[in-house]
Design a protein around this ligand. Structure first.
Ligand code: FES
Length: 182
């Protein structure tokens, strides 16, 4: 579903303080029995950190390396091999808004929907709104082709038959819920 990310950093963001919470450290440690080696835990550990912090700060790379008995360079290599991890300066918004542009959606106006959504948010694909509420993402088929064009919030809520009226309502809702969290 994800696509190679082009870093888009336009926000002036405060640093995220470390260290990792006891909860995340515990979740990483709990992964060990399920993987053949500590090295194999690197990828899911990076996901856990990004899900929680919306990025993987450098200090978190060092902490993951420390927990897994690896060098920070090894963790960093894994992080940069995949296009979907964000640095602290380029962190994700509170919510990710995925717009599908695979065939069925494309045939039903997804390109225009994406273009107008980017204009509504004031960011390119991969970018995050200045208030930190929403990151716009490009998705491959979301499995809702019969309701094309489709979009999705984070990895869970798929919305079908998206037009700009629906998209504008969705964006307003996401921005409000993000503002309530600050
Ligand atoms: S092509 Fe968009 S949901 Fe399948």
């Amino acid at each position: 579903m994800s696509h190679p990310h082009t870093p888009v950093s336009s926000r002036n963001l405060p640093p995220i303080p470390g260290p990792l919470s006891a909860e995340i450290r515990g979740q990483i440690l709990a992964l060990w029995p399920r993987y053949p080696s500590k090295q194999a835990v690197t990828l899911p550990a990076l996901h856990l950190v990004q899900d929680s912090l919306r990025c993987v700060p450098n200090w978190a790379v060092e902490e993951i390396a420390d927990i897994l008995d690896l060098s920070p360079a090894e963790v960093h290599d894994t992080m940069s091999f995949y296009g979907f991890f964000r640095t602290e300066a380029d962190r994700l918004g509170v919510k990710r808004l995925w717009v599908c542009r695979s065939l069925a959606c494309s045939l039903r106006g997804a390109d225009e929907l994406l273009e107008k959504t980017a204009a509504l948010l004031g960011v390119p694909v991969g970018g995050t709104t200045a208030d930190g509420a929403i990151t716009l993402e490009l998705a491959e088929c979301l499995g809702a082709c019969e309701g094309a064009p489709a979009c999705m919030i984070d990895d869970e809520h798929v919305h079908d038959i998206c037009d700009m009226t629906k998209m504008t309502e969705l964006v307003t809702r996401l921005k409000q819920s993000s503002a309530n969290k600050h």
